[in-house]
Design a protein around this ligand. Structure first.
Ligand code: FES
Length: 258
């Protein structure tokens, strides 16, 4: 069920240049069921910035009624959010959207998880769920440069992890596809979140595989009412278009015209 709640800041820390990890507590965390869902955050009651900002959920702790998100502070709203301290309140609407399904991958199988930049965070909760199920995750995570790399250790604890930087300042140099070309394709399913060209490249590389793609899209309302996030579909579905916020943000590969 979607709720709106004033959640309390448990902890906030900077984990890379302009990248923050924020943990909030409140009953809303109890409603979070799927990895890959997101929340809509209103940062300030002031006239500006009044709009909510969509931020993906990076981990969920239902027992403690807490969840964590990782975001880039690059606009007025998110910079204000990054200034919140322990005990402060944040207006949260969520959980929103449909996340990643782990139904079709079984214990003992492998799953490939590919993230780009600020598309990496939702893969963390996904990877934890896969590991709990007995699935072996392989992570390929792309970043622009060393300064914005985060969670290498956390992902490595869950499974094999390749870090790629576009400028070659850390890990492998180039794009995630450069690493993917060197890997065996003995995984049963792939999951990805990041910029559209990366998602398109994955679909092209693995046309026969089961895949789930989480789209990064500009959003308005976040609840399916404003049409700001509409995307064109392929003939794989009957719908002429989908709304990323309420039909997605995760779609099966081949459904969205990327
Ligand atoms: Fe309003 Fe998706 S953001 S319909």
């Amino acid at each position: 069920m979607i709720r709106q709640e004033q959640m309390q800041v448990v902890n906030q820390r900077q984990i890379a240049t302009n990248i923050f990890e924020l943990t909030l507590s409140g009953h809303l965390a109890h409603e979070m069921n799927q990895p890959g869902q997101f929340v809509h955050i209103r940062v300030s009651d002031q006239l500006e910035p009044l709009l909510r900002r969509p931020i993906s959920i990076s981990s969920i702790n239902k027992e403690a009624l807490e969840f964590t998100m990782i975001y880039r502070a690059d606009g007025r709203g998110t910079i204000l959010l990054s200034e919140k301290k322990q005990g402060d309140q944040v207006d949260v609407l969520g959980p929103l959207g449909n996340g990643f399904s782990i139904d079709k991958v079984q214990a003992g199988q492998k799953a490939l998880l590919v993230g780009g930049g600020i598309g990496v965070p939702p893969l963390y909760e996904l990877s934890k769920r896969l590991v709990d199920k007995g699935v072996q995750p392989i992570h390929v995570l792309g970043f622009q440069t060393k300064d914005v790399v985060f969670y290498e250790k956390q992902f490595t604890e869950l499974g094999e992890t390749f870090i790629v930087t576009a400028d070659g300042s850390f890990g492998h140099a180039g794009f995630v596809t450069n690493v993917l070309e060197t890997l065996e394709d003995d995984f049963s399913v792939y999951y990805s979140c990041g910029p559209t060209p990366m998602l398109a490249a994955l679909e092209k590389m693995y046309p026969e595989k089961e895949g789930y793609l989480s789209l990064e899209q500009r959003m308005g309302c976040g609840i399916g009412a404003c049409f700001a996030c509409v995307c064109e579909t392929t003939e794989k579905t009957d719908a002429d278009y989908v709304k990323v916020c309420s039909d997605g943000p995760v779609f099966e590969s081949g459904v969205i015209r990327v």
